[in-house]
Write a protein that binds this ligand. Structure first.
Ligand code: CMC
Length: 431
């Protein structure tokens, strides 16, 4: 039986239907609210707004739960590969052996960039931010594959998804090579997804980069943990752009731009820069805590719109950072600083009262550092990992026959109607 929520405005009672998700989350359906009452809702930051029904990822922020298509993130992280995680998110089920090898083969055939696209890199300045390059080149893929701009069936979608997932690591690695003035390394189809990326990042013409098993596993884990996180800012951007029937290329390119900011995918770089400042004596841990409480700065890698508990991804990454460094026989003083900083924050009432815990970005940079990934590439690494999630969300909308263009409303607070003042009356005399 449909439950009803009652809303009274100026003495009139409006009945609003309610519905429940498969994990018991309740929603009030306000799709008819404006036509019935003339009122809209006001929810800056959309903290109380469900923008869609989605079957891809479930997060319970109070309990610290994250599941992809129903599977707990801890289980996927311990046993899964990045490619099968991508397939799970995009196609909805864990792939069979055959499905997995077909998709792998498809990815292997798509890793090269059109030579014309390679020349785009020559136009970017060497100091260009790799996120700008990534977004621009991913968008440009639409020019080189116009047959996939208007996707009409699953086969075309699968091809577009494979192109993006495969080429994004080539583009990312080349953005880095450009910044270093190093020759571009072409992908090697004999290598796995992560090995191939590390090869394009770090091999040089006469010296093949062979990463250790633990480095490959750590990178795989990093990508798996970043693969999706339901309706965050970049995912919602992808869905918003996609709602206009823009191409998959254009939509995920917009997602990269949304991810770029310091409060979202740029936070991983922000954490490391903050730890550097502590290491270099520019700030002590108590000074950081004090500045945060005085609202002079935010504690990067802490807090989350949804999690009011420990982010399960941060838990896994903290452990993984320890293990990776131990296996590599390395010590990173930034890890010690991060642990002390997290402990100091969590012992402080300011953080406890606001339920601020480490999020995915707090420890992830320590793993990337151990892999020799430079800090300005950290958001790019996030974007490579998040690509399957964006693609899955875009496709979920694309398949929805009742999808409407995303178009929020506003409460106008500007000037009421007034008459235009002619230029002469404002002293402007133009020829
Ligand atoms: N440091 C200090 N105070 C904070 C922080 C923080 N990192 N995060 C939230 N707060 C405080 C905030 O000042 C506010 O306090 P008050 O109620 O007294 O004004 C309260 O906690 C609620 O914060 P909010 O800004 O309303 O929360 P939000 O849900 O709008 O923002 C957030 C979420 C992630 C943007 C925020 O926690 C933040 O800025 N964190 C630091 C940046 C970061 O680590 N971002 C990565 C997020 S996780 C991965 C991803 O999505 O990319």
């Amino acid at each position: 039986m449909t439950k009803i929520a009652y809303l009274t405005i100026d003495g009139t009672v409006y009945e609003l239907p309610m519905f429940e998700g498969s994990e018991g989350e309740r929603a009030i359906d306000i799709t008819q609210l404006r036509s019935l009452s003339g009122c809209i809702t006001y929810d800056p930051g959309f903290a109380n707004t469900g923008s869609c029904r989605s079957a891809i990822t479930f997060v319970d922020g109070e309990k610290g739960i994250l599941r992809y298509r129903g599977y707990p993130i801890e289980q996927i992280a311990a046993q899964g590969s990045f490619i099968e995680t991508a397939m799970l998110l995009i196609f909805g089920h864990l792939p069979s052996k055959e499905e997995r090898s077909c998709f792998r083969e498809l990815l292997g055939g798509q890793e090269l960039l059109h030579e014309g696209l390679r020349h785009h890199f020559e136009g970017f300045p060497s100091k260009g931010d790799p996120m700008a390059i990534l977004s621009a080149v991913i968008n440009s893929l639409g020019c080189y594959h116009p047959e996939l701009v208007d996707i009409e069936n699953e086969e075309e979608f699968t091809m577009a998804a494979a192109k993006i997932i495969s080429k994004v690591r080539t583009i990312a690695a080349w953005a880095y090579r450009k910044s270093k003035g190093l020759p571009f390394m072409y992908p090697n189809p004999a290598l796995s997804y992560c090995r191939n990326f590390l090869h394009m990042m770090f091999s040089i013409p006469n010296r093949f980069h062979e990463p250790s098993q633990e480095a490959v596993r750590a990178l795989t884990l990093f990508f798996i943990l970043h693969a999706d996180h339901e309706q965050n800012c970049s995912c919602s951007t992808v869905r918003m752009v996609g709602s206009t029937q823009a191409s998959l290329f254009a939509s995920v390119s917009a997602g990269i731009c949304a991810l770029w900011g310091r409060l979202h995918g740029g936070a991983n770089a922000g954490v490391i820069r903050m730890l550097h400042r502590i290491r270099d004596g520019q700030m002590s841990i108590p000074t950081v805590i004090e500045k945060v409480k005085n609202r002079e700065m935010r504690l990067m890698g802490f807090g989350h719109r949804i999690y009011k508990n420990y982010d399960p991804r941060a838990k896994i990454l903290k452990q993984a950072a320890h293990e990776l460094l131990e296996k590599m026989g390395r010590h990173d003083e930034l890890l010690d600083i991060a642990l002390n900083l997290a402990a100091a924050a969590m012992a402080d009432d300011y953080f406890a009262e606001r339920k601020l815990y480490p999020n995915v970005d707090f420890y992830s940079g320590l793993i990337l550092r151990a892999l020799n990934i430079p800090v300005n590439m950290f958001p790019v690494m996030f974007a490579i990992g998040r690509m399957p999630g964006w693609i899955a969300h875009w496709y979920e909308d694309h398949q929805n026959p009742t999808l409407r263009i995303h178009r929020p409303r506003q409460i106008y607070i500007g000037e009421p109607k007034r008459d235009y003042i002619p230029m002469e009356e404002r002293g402007i005399i133009d020829g």
